[in-house]
Every structure is written in structure tokens, then in C-alpha cells.
Ligand binder design. Structure first.
Ligand code: MV4
Length: 454
């Protein structure tokens, strides 16, 4: 069993990992930047080491300093959380070389799924449905155009190193295609130092539905159902929920089986998420696999009762999975709103600063994952997400009522937040009907007056 763990992260996820360790009797080492001295994860961990200046690339992204801290404090494992080094194969490999267990899959799995064209090929090999598209990358304009014409317009051009919509372009005809193909390549080269792209048929208003999986070192893999993450603004998730209000039990079963099939085919270890896009007829297609614990993992925890972070730590310790597939029951409905320090009135610009007064909601069916407290100053150097509100209940309606109630209770003074925006969505009849696709937020802005959410 892991005795002592380094948490290579900050904010609410660092706190989340400390909590799992405290329940498992694992000692914790926090690492922090100069901007995070007052952070709750630093206070609550057993030990803490400062690893550098405020900027992420001087601290939380410095793999060598984190490994040095691990060696000084004699930890046996590192949990990367999400973001920062969580999907950095080189870091995972360095951990492996230093005989420090990286809590996550092998560096090989991170590399293979990090390349979206390779990920697609792995899905094809595992007989998991993918969107009609190119076989691997398309490296010159003439071939690319031929491939696009064969697929049929509209098509989408995607960077193999992509993420967050960068290096992604759609084209509706061959004239537009040349321009978009080159834009995608150039943008990908600038953003990732890798201009390679692949092509898929463009789905117009898909839903984003992802399946949570867990795999152990013995080769057992289970899934924990889906999360519907269709409500996104500029590739940032705003609301996530489970079960998806859109899919049938039959679809759920098939998607779960396919996600497990893919994970098993690569001997996947740890927590992972298999992302799918879904059309109106509930046809679904693999797009990516995330090889980390995700922000929205708490939704699945409240639906199934499984503590995913504890399971990660048990798996990393070499334990066989605590659950078989038949043990996983979808007991409740859960929904999550991400609370961000940002100003909806100014195009959601980040709004760091001191929180003068803080009162978090509570009561029946409400879980708050946050590192914020009254008097805390949100530093400007990192992601603007400061809390996750998760509500749950026997059905969707109750979970939504609780979310509306909880968001109404939240008091955060001193900084601007997106709470009113999230609440306006939760109260929106279109969202309530369970009709949201990935186009929902754009359409919300067209339809809903600004003063309802600013
Ligand atoms: C697509 C798509 C339509 N057709 N692929 C966006 C980020 C990346 N993870 C995949 N993305 C998309 N891929 C095909 N073939 C539409 C999107 C997309 C999207 C996907 C999930 C959630 C929100 C989105 C918003 C815009 C576009």
C-alpha cells in the first residue's frame, strides 16, 4: 500500500486528494508555488514543500522539482490531479525511472492517447465506433482534399495534439477546405509544436457524452456509466450531469461495453474517461480518451457511491478492483456546476482577487468541492475555477431543484463569479427538458437577455 503521497497539484483537486488520503491513512505531501502559501491544501496536508514562483511553468509544471521534492520527503507515489502534469508522458516516465509510482496509466498509454489520430486507430482496432474519417494523419493539402471529398462535406480538421478546440477547423466545401486545412495546421504548429492533423466528417450539433472507466493492474476493467457534458462554452464545460437525460438504458449499456473494450485492449490502468460524440439517433462515436481523473468525477461518485480518487490510490498500490461490473449501480441523478472567478458581463474575463465574504451552500443533496474560504485571495496565475457545486437526488428534477436552491444560497463577495449564469441555465426550460447539445450555450446567448446572468 502507498504510505506517503505527493500531490502535484493545487486548488480543489489537491484538497480532494488530501481527503481521500486521510480516509485511507496515507500521509500527504503538498507542493505549492509562492502564490499558494495560504492555500487550504497546504494547510491540510501533513507536509508541504514550496517548489517555485507563482507562474505554473516555474512551479506546478516543473517535473524535476516535483520529483526532487518527492525524493527529499521520501514519498512512494505522486498523484498529478488534472491539468499541469497529469497527461505529461515524460513526467510519468521520470516517475517510473525514479521508482516513484505515478498515480495513473503507463507513460505509454499517455503517449498513445495523447495523439488523437493514434487514439482513433486504437478505437478502430478495438472495434469501437469512430466518426468516418481519415486513416491516420493527412500531411499534404492535395491528399487531404481527396480524403475530405471522399468523406463528403462538411468535414472537420483536427490537430493530433489537439485539445480545447485549438487547431480545429470545419470546412463545408473544397474551396474553404484548403484555407481551413492550412489554418488548422498552422494553429496546431504554433500551439503544440506539432502541425499534424486528421480529418473527420463534421457532426452538426452532437452531444458530448463520456464514460468513466477504472482498470486495475490485474487487467480488470469496469465502467461507471456516462456523464453528459454537452453544456460547454468555448470548450470549457459549464454543467455536467449523470445519467444523461438523452440516452436509453440500451445505449448506456452499449457505450459502457465499448469503453471497457477499448480500455481492456490497451491494458489500461487507473481512472480514465472515454469521450464520445452522439447524434440525434443516439449513434455514438469515440473521439478521445482522457488518461486522468477529471474535474467532473464527483458527478459519477454521487451517482454510483464509488470514491474514484480512493480507487485510483488502491489501484496504484496494486490492489485488485473493489468492484465488479455487476456491483456498479446508478443510484441517483447528479449534476455539477463549475463556479469560476470570472465576469459574465465582460465576456467571462477572469476575475481574481480577495474573497471578502464566503458562504458555501449545504444541506440535503449538496456537495461542494472547493478550496476557497472567506479572506482567501484567488491568485491570477491559474485556472479560474474556484468551486464545484454538485447536487444529487433520486431523480433529475430533484437534483435540479437542489442545484437552483444551492446556487441561490451561495455568497461570494469581493470577486465576480459565473454563479448567476449557471443558475440561469439550470432554470432555463430548454435545459430542463434535457435537450442541450454542444450548441446549447451559443443558442442560450442568442435567446436570453444579458441581465439574467450578469
Ligand atoms: C467534433 C465535432 C463535430 N464533428 N468532431 C471539440 C473539441 C474536441 N474534443 C472535439 N470537438 C468536436 N469534435 C466531429 N467530427 C464537434 C466538436 C465540438 C464539441 C465537442 C464536444 C463538446 C463541445 C464542442 C463544441 C464545439 C465543437
Amino acid at each position: 500500500m502507498i504510505q506517503k503521497l505527493l500531490i502535484a497539484n493545487r486548488g480543489e483537486i489537491a484538497l480532494r486528494i488530501v481527503r481521500a488520503c486521510n480516509e485511507l491513512g496515507i500521509k500527504t505531501l503538498a507542493v505549492y508555488s509562492e502564490a499558494d502559501e495560504q492555500s487550504l491544501h497546504v494547510q491540510l496536508a501533513d507536509e508541504a514543500i514550496c517548489i517555485g514562483l507563482a507562474a505554473s511553468n516555474q512551479s506546478y509544471l516543473k517535473g524535476d522539482r516535483i520529483i526532487a521534492a518527492a525524493e527529499i520527503a521520501d514519498v512512494d507515489a505522486i498523484h498529478p490531479g488534472y491539468g499541469f502534469l497529469a497527461e505529461n508522458a515524460e513526467f510519468a516516465e521520470q516517475c517510473e525511472e525514479c521508482q516513484i509510482k505515478f498515480v495513473g496509466p503507463s507513460s505509454n498509454a499517455i503517449i498513445n492517447f495523447g495523439d488523437k489520430a493514434k487514439a482513433r486507430e486504437m478505437a478502430v482496432k478495438a472495434k469501437v465506433p469512430v466518426i468516418p474519417g481519415s486513416e491516420g494523419t493527412v500531411d499534404d493539402e492535395i491528399t487531404a482534399l481527396k480524403v475530405a471529398e471522399k468523406i463528403g462535406f462538411p468535414v472537420i480538421i483536427k490537430a493530433v495534439a489537439g485539445g480545447g478546440g485549438k487547431g480545429m477547423r470545419t470546412a463545408h466545401n473544397s474551396v474553404a477546405f484548403k484555407k481551413e486545412y492550412n489554418s488548422a495546421r498552422n494553429e496546431a504548429e504554433a500551439a503544440f509544436g506539432n502541425g499534424a492533423v486528421y480529418i473527420e466528417k463534421f457532426l452538426d450539433a452532437p452531444r458530448h457524452i463520456e464514460i468513466q472507466v477504472l482498470g486495475d493492474q490485474q487487467g480488470n476493467v469496469i465502467h461507471l456509466g456516462e456523464r453528459d457534458c454537452s453544456v460547454q462554452r468555448r470548450h470549457q464545460k459549464v454543467i455536467e450531469e449523470a445519467p444523461s437525460p438523452f440516452i436509453s438504458d440500451n445505449t448506456r449499456k452499449k457505450m459502457g461495453k465499448d469503453a471497457v473494450k477499448l480500455a481492456k485492449s490497451v491494458n489500461y490502468e487507473g481512472a480514465g474517461t472515454v469521450e464520445f460524440l452522439m447524434d440525434e439517433e443516439q449513434n455514438y462515436y469515440f473521439i478521445e480518451m482522457n488518461t486522468r481523473i477529471q474535474v467532473e468525477h464527483g458527478v459519477t461518485e454521487e451517482v454510483t457511491g464509488v470514491d474514484l480518487v480512493k480507487e485510483q490510490l488502491l489501484i496504484a498500490s496494486g490492489r485488485k478492483l473493489n468492484y465488479e461490473q455487476k456491483d456498479i449501480k446508478f443510484l441517483r441523478h447528479a449534476i455539477e456546476c463549475r463556479v469560476c472567478a470570472e465576469d459574465p458581463g465582460r465576456n467571462f474575463a477572469p476575475c481574481p482577487g480577495q474573497v471578502d465574504l464566503y458562504y458555501a451552500p449545504g444541506g440535503h443533496g449538496v456537495r461542494i468541492d472547493s478550496h476557497v474560504y472567506g479572506g482567501y485571495t484567488i491568485p491570477p496565475y491559474y485556472d479560474s475555477m474556484i468551486a464545484k457545486v454538485i447536487t444529487y437526488g433520486s431523480d433529475r428534477e430533484l437534483a435540479l431543484e437542489r442545484m437552483d436552491r444551492a446556487l441561490g444560497e451561495y455568497i461570494i463577495r469581493g470577486i465576480k463569479t459565473n454563479i448567476a449564469f449557471a443558475r440561469a441555465i439550470v432554470r432555463d426550460p430548454h435545459f430542463r427538458k434535457g435537450k442541450a447539445t454542444t450548441k446549447y450555450v451559443e443558442e442560450f446567448f442568442q435567446r436570453v437577455p444579458k441581465d439574467l446572468y450578469t
